[in-house]
Ligand binder design. Structure first.
Ligand code: ZN
Length: 194
């Protein structure tokens, strides 16, 4: 996956597994190698930035990669049923959800409608970063990525047991919008560098 990201950064993507033959090959069933929980940001399209194709990645995206029961169920489905061995939390710089949570914490103004639900799920990361004295955007983003990975491990017994038994690795990556590169922030379990 990181090799694919290097191709994307260099401007020389292979666009693998995107033809009619691959489509036909996959029709009977999928066997993606990784599941990604990424931010919904339109600049963070997983198959493009990691230069992958059909059937390679099982992708779950929410604003600010916030977690709910449906997300955890989707991650567990990907590892337990589809056999994904790598879970990736993908955050990024200039994340609107993190910025909104910072504003809510600093100004005490809640967001409107269901955006508030997203903001409230990012707020613990912003508060933890503040408590640790972190003020840089990139440090707060990293904290939110670490927090999301930890939340997956804490809330999903299935995934934490799969990590413990060496079946699955969970990693957190921070993506830089301008450079197009992803950097490792945190990892649990085997095969962290795949
Ligand atoms: Zn974002």
């Amino acid at each position: 996956m990181l090799a694919g990201n290097r191709r994307f950064v260099a401007g020389t993507p292979d666009h693998p597994n995107q033809d009619a033959a691959r489509r036909a090959q996959l029709a009977p069933g999928q066997e993606p190698f990784a599941v990604i929980l990424g931010c919904s940001d339109s600049r963070l399209a997983a198959e493009i930035i990691f230069d992958q194709g059909l059937g390679d990645l099982f992708v779950v995206r929410t604003a600010g990669h916030v977690l709910g029961a449906e997300v955890l169920g989707s991650l567990e489905y990907a590892t337990s049923v589809l056999g994904c061995r790598l879970v990736v939390v993908l955050g990024h710089d200039s994340c609107g959800a993190v910025a909104a949570a910072r504003t809510a914490v600093e100004d005490g103004l809640p967001a409107a409608g269901f955006v508030r639900d997203v903001v409230e799920r990012v707020t613990p990361s912003v508060l933890a970063a503040r408590a640790a004295g972190l003020t840089e955007d990139s440090d707060i983003i990293d904290e939110h990525i670490r927090h999301t990975v930890q939340l997956i491990m804490d809330r999903s017994r299935v995934l934490s047991e799969q990590v413990q038994s060496g079946e699955v690795a969970v990693v957190g990556l921070a993506y830089q919008l301008a450079e197009g590169s992803a950097r490792m922030v945190t990892s649990h379990g085997v095969e962290s560098g795949k």
